[in-house]
Structures are given as C-alpha cells and as structure tokens.
Design a protein around this ligand. Structure first.
Ligand code: KIV
Length: 263
C-alpha cells in the first residue's frame, strides 16, 4: 500500500509512526523494505553524506538530486523532501515555487519546512495548492546561527509556551504532521496531547505520536559521536571497516580472487 500524507495523519491515536531519513535509492529501498511508512530526505544529508559541517550549505539542486534517487528506491513509503536553507525563507512565492520542484521534478509526496508561527502563511499556501507539509519546530538546525548551536529547546516556561503556539499555528495552517526536535519529554507530551495532527519526535520523548531518526545514526555507520537521543540499532561502521580491511589484505596477499571468483 502506498502511503499518503492523509494516511499518516490518520495514524494518530491508532498506532505510533516510525519515520527514518534516507538519501539515495539504496538507503530508501532498505527503509521501504522494513515497511517504514515515511522516509524523510533530510537536509541532514549535508552532514551525513556530503561532508558539510552544518545543513546550511545544502542547495536545492543537491536536495532535488537526492530526493529523485530516494523516490526511485521507494515503492510504498511516503517520500518527504526537506526544503533547504533559503529555499523558502525569503518569500511565500519562492517557497511555493521550490516546493513545486520537489513534487514535479523529484517525485516527492510532501515537503518539510522549519518554523512555527513565522511559516503559517507558507504552509497555508502550500496546502491550498496541493502540497502536503510536514512542520518542524524545537531545535531547527537551519537557525543555528541565530540559536547558537544544537541545544535542547523549550526549557523555560516562556520558551515552552512559544513552542506550543508554534505547534498550534503549524496545525492550523494545515500541516499533516509536525517534527518536534530536542525538547523536554514533558513538553513533547503536552504538545502531542494538544494537537490533532501527529507529532514526530526526535529527542522529544516517548509521548510523541511517532519518532524519526537519521539513517546513518541508527545504523552506526558514520563512526562519529551521536546525540543522546539516538539509539544505535547496529554498529555497521566497525563491521564495514573490518570487511574492507579483509579485502585489502587479501588483495595484497594474492588470496583474492580465488578459484571461485575466477572465470
Ligand atoms: O534533516 C533531517 O534529517 C531532519 C530530521 C532529523 C528531522 O530534519
């Protein structure tokens, strides 16, 4: 069954929603094979696979290239394209135009944008024009120059109230779900109870309606330190390096290729 934004929205209160990032056809087909209903082509790809220090340099062309590959690798999962920094912030018109490129050119099913009240007009315009939107509040990596780093958000009651207002605004503007990143679990639960759309947590506690993680973090591929909210379900980094070292050693010793690999 092909997942749609409205099917994902209808899961609220029925069952928890698993979401995972993917960056190309290979990783997307693995996510799809595990029956995960939604795959996010996160702009985290800048840091996980393109070697940037932050998500800020990621371009529309890079996101379109990777989203197209993800869409080719997926049969059932909803494909959500993350709109990169400055592809929607300057104006509603620019956001509409670039979101349209993800749907038309890259075969995405929905887009994700960061921000709450400040993005209401854009979310409304996108939804009115047939583009499903996943909101994203809390720690918003595209704002790190302003927030000063990757820190837990909403720790004071004033910040928590502001995040609640942001969440309400995103829901009222018509988003089908919202990512809550790095907020105290109590706030994650309060926002999840107040909204009728699903909350997808990442470092926002078990009270959210779903969870999202970064593909390379979950599988332990990068070998770099991961945030506290990550659970590594595998340690592929060690496994891959061991396999590569064995290959190198066998090439150097002449034991690969053996008779079985020879015509
Ligand atoms: O870019 C990304 O992968 C994200 C998720 C971590 C929510 O925004």
């Amino acid at each position: 069954m092909k997942w749609t934004a409205s099917k994902i929205k209808a899961l609220k209160g029925e069952r928890k929603i698993a979401m995972l990032t993917a960056y190309d056809a290979l990783t997307a087909s693995l996510v799809d094979s595990a029956d995960i209903p939604a795959v996010l082509v996160g702009d985290s790809l800048g840091m996980t696979v393109l070697g940037y220090d932050t998500t800020l340099p990621v371009s529309m062309e890079e996101m379109l290239h990777h989203t197209t590959a993800v869409a080719r690798g997926v049969e059932n999962a909803l494909v959500i394209a993350d709109m990169p920094f400055m592809s929607y912030q300057p104006s509603v018109e620019m956001g509409l135009e670039n979101a349209g490129r993800f749907i038309k050119q890259a075969q995405a099913d929905a887009v994700k944008i960061e921000g709450g009240v400040v993005r209401s007009a854009l979310i409304e315009a996108l939804v009115a024009n047939g583009v499903p939107v996943l909101g994203h509040i809390g720690l918003t990596p595209q704002s790190i120059k302003e927030t000063g780093g990757y820190k837990v958000q909403g720790k004071t009651s004033e910040q928590a109230r502001k995040l609640m207002d942001d969440a309400m605004a995103v829901e009222q503007a018509g988003a089908f779900a919202i990512v809550l990143e790095c907020v105290p679990a109590e706030l994650g639960t309060a926002i999840s109870s107040a909204l009728t759309i699903p909350t997808i947590g990442i470092g926002a506690g078990a009270g959210c309606d779903g969870q999202v993680l970064v593909f390379t973090d979950l599988l332990g591929i990068s070998g770099k330190p991961v945030p506290k909210f990550v659970k590594k379900y595998a340690d592929l980094n060690a496994l891959i390096i061991k396999a590569l070292a064995a290959y190198k050693s066998e090439v150097e010793s002449g034991s690969f290729p053996a008779d079985e690999q020879t015509y």
